[in-house]
Design a protein around this ligand. Sequence first.
Ligand code: ZN
Length: 124
Amino acid sequence: MRLLLCLLLTGCINTLGPEEWATPIWPPPSAQADYTWVWDHCVSTIRAGPRWPLHKIRWYEIPGDQFTWRENQVYGTFHDGAITLASAWVPDTSVLGRVVRRHELLHAESGDNSHPPWMAACAL
Ligand SMILES: [Zn+2]
């Protein structure tokens, strides 16, 4: 419904996230552990509390190991409370998947969708 409404309104397309055309999923099994790791090792150094609590984050997937978002090929995104992952990175079976999930949680917990220098210190 939101997608249809936005498509009918001019200038709205830039506010849509990939979650609008992705499939809702349950949080990955490692979500709580990854959320805690990101807080302890990264975001707690810059914020008093996480911007998005884990229980309010919505999770989505798009088939494949990448998808296009704002003319870039990406492994995942965080947009408006939603983490969208390329489906290859949803299971807990790869190191890169863990990095992708933690990277998006970093955006969620910090409330910052840019990539400031402090993020590099977290190796995410
Ligand atoms: Zn990022």
